[in-house]
Design a protein around this ligand. Structure first.
Ligand code: NAD
Length: 510
């Protein structure tokens, strides 16, 4: 196989590329391209990943299409039994998956376990699909006429996921897609591709028939093939806003149902009456957990009134105790996912400094507990940030927390509502009336009150507003069930001589 580098090599330690997964087994594929996969904590290339071409996507979609009729007709009891077994296996072996995630993404092991647990919640929700997917029934809607609805699966569906949650984001979607009777082609991020194969293998061990869940590794070429493939009925995408918009426009133009979740700039509003210790803890946890590579990370803190200086001091004090290093070494924060990304985030700190922000804590000078060649950037706090600075206007997706000042609640709210993103936000206050007002007035899809990362539990749905989501359906919860099903309504009567006769008028109830 000839290979094409998509990133700069450090050194190659493995020669067999991470493969695709089709029809219940690894599939090497026909494409001649592959990309390097790094261990971000060492800076070394740990493997390569195959990058699918259109032919490989065709092979995976053909498997999902062939498996669909039998899976659709498999009883609800059997489908949920398989998901239940999958849940048990996942729960027992999640440490294996966490190690795979840490090795390719860099996040610390406890955080990798956390993402698996949040994904597992959706599996548990999907185990109750029998109740969630049932339709309604009305007897005698008209004399001797019954009406009922049934929810059908769509067919083969595509899931395209980002690097930052290689297990949780696929699990936001595939449990419900499978439980409702669809078959799946997952295209994970090429930066951390191995978790998807582990999940595919585990689904097989749980009893999922071959071809029901498939994985194609790849980049834009694979995504484009999925978005326009006539047998793919729906697309669930998560990633940055420009790509989410592109995916939404391309796949809807090809006649598909699409939910495309995009980027974020999440604000935390701290009112003068807030518990500042609680707020400082929350800002540090939500700003620097997973090295800020979370779509629900807090990246802009808006201090209202006189609390700014005290809050910055409390946050800085806490940041001094954070340890940065190899995710396997019991540190608080790991490296960034690639060198390019690390350098891009660092360049935002440079720009913020040039624009007049005060660098209170500087992650560029971090001393990590890890290999020197890792992609390190420590937690960074920028104070006196103003709305025109690029560090504020852009999604940075790294461990950089910007502090802005507002004189009033209204000024803080206006800042949040005029931001193009609307994924998550939080207010910190002890005033119930102010919190209630914020909850009502803020133009954001997920809101926390004294909770900094308000990721909804599995029986609600996850989704932002504005440029953080394209499409009508949020992920998982009841939105997920309706996204992966279409409803048929049946109006039925059983023949009786009294119903004979010709009448060309519009049917009316009697
Ligand atoms: P990304 O947009 O670069 O990639 C996401 C997916 O799209 C990957 O599978 C990638 O291979 C594919 N892709 C990349 N470029 C493409 C192109 N030109 N055409 C077609 N497909 C392409 O995102 P990322 O860097 O992997 O993840 C980080 C981003 O994801 C951040 O913006 C973050 O906010 C966002 N995110 C959002 C949520 C959410 O729920 N809203 C959750 C997690 C991550």
């Amino acid at each position: 196989m000839t290979t094409t580098d998509t990133t700069t090599a450090a050194s190659t330690t493995a020669s067999t590329p991470v493969s695709h997964w089709v029809n219940g087994q690894p599939y090497a594929g026909n494409a001649e391209r592959s990309a390097e996969v790094f261990n971000p904590a060492t800076g070394q290339v740990s493997s390569r990943v195959a990058l699918a071409g259109a032919e490989d996507v065709e092979h995976a979609v053909a498997a999902a299409t062939a498996a669909f009729p039998a899976w659709r007709d498999t009883s609800l009891a059997k489908r949920t039994a398989i998901l239940f077994t999958f849940r048990e296996l996942l729960n027992a072996r999640k440490h294996e998956l966490a190690e795979i995630i840490t090795a390719e993404h860099g996040k610390v092991l406890s955080d990798a376990l956390g993402e698996i647990t949040r994904g597992q919640e959706v599996v548990e929700f999907a185990c109750g699909i029998a109740d969630l997917v049932k339709g309604g029934m009305t007897e005698n809607a008209s004399t001797n006429v019954d009406v009922y609805s049934v929810n059908h699966p769509l067919g083969p569906v595509a899931i395209i996921s980002p690097f930052n949650f290689p297990a949780m984001v696929p699990m936001w979607f595939f449990p419900l897609a499978l439980a409702t009777g669809n078959t799946v082609v997952l295209k994970p991020s090429e930066k951390d591709p191995s978790a998807s194969l582990w999940l595919a293998e585990l689904l097989g061990e749980a009893g999922l028939p071959d071809g029901v869940f498939n994985v194609v590794q790849g980049d834009k070429v694979a995504v484009d093939s999925l978005l326009t493939h006539s047998d793919i009925k729906a697309v669930s995408f998560v990633g940055s806003t420009p790509i989410a918009r592109y995916v939404y426009e391309t796949a809807t133009a090809a006649g598909k149902r699409v939910q495309a979740l995009g980027g974020a700039k999440n604000h935390m509003l701290v009112l003068p009456d807030a518990d500042l210790d609680l707020a400082a803890d929350a800002a540090v946890n939500a700003g620097f957990g997973s090295a800020g590579e979370r779509c629900m990370a807090i990246s802009a803190l808006v201090a209202v009134g006189p609390v700014g200086d005290e809050l910055v001091a409390k946050i800085t004090e806490r940041m001094n105790n954070l340890t940065v290093g190899d995710g396997r070494r019991n540190c608080d924060m790991g490296p960034l996912v690639t060198k390019d990304h690390r350098d891009k985030v660092a360049s935002y700190i440079d720009a913020g400094e040039r624009d007049g922000a005060v660098v209170v804590a500087d992650g560029r000078t971090v001393t990590p507990n890890g290999d020197e060649a890792g992609f390190w950037l420590g937690p960074t706090l920028l104070d006196q940030v103003t709305p025109g600075m690029s560090v504020y206007t852009d999604e940075i997706f790294g461990p950089v927390l910007s502090v802005l000042r507002a004189d009033t609640y209204e000024e803080g709210l206006e800042l949040i509502n005029s931001n193009p993103y609307g994924n998550g936000t939080a207010i910190f206050t002890n005033d119930g009336g102010a919190a209630r007002r914020f909850r009502d007035e803020v133009q954001v899809g997920m809101v926390g009150v004294n909770v900094p990362i308000p990721v909804p539990v599995a029986y609600y749905s996850f989704g932002g507003w504005k440029s953080s989501l394209f499409g009508d359906a949020h992920a998982y919860g009841h939105h997920g069930v309706s996204f992966y099903t279409r409803t048929k309504v049946v109006t039925e009567r059983w023949l009786d001589p009294s119903h004979g006769g010709i009448n060309l008028g519009f049917p009316q109830n009697d």
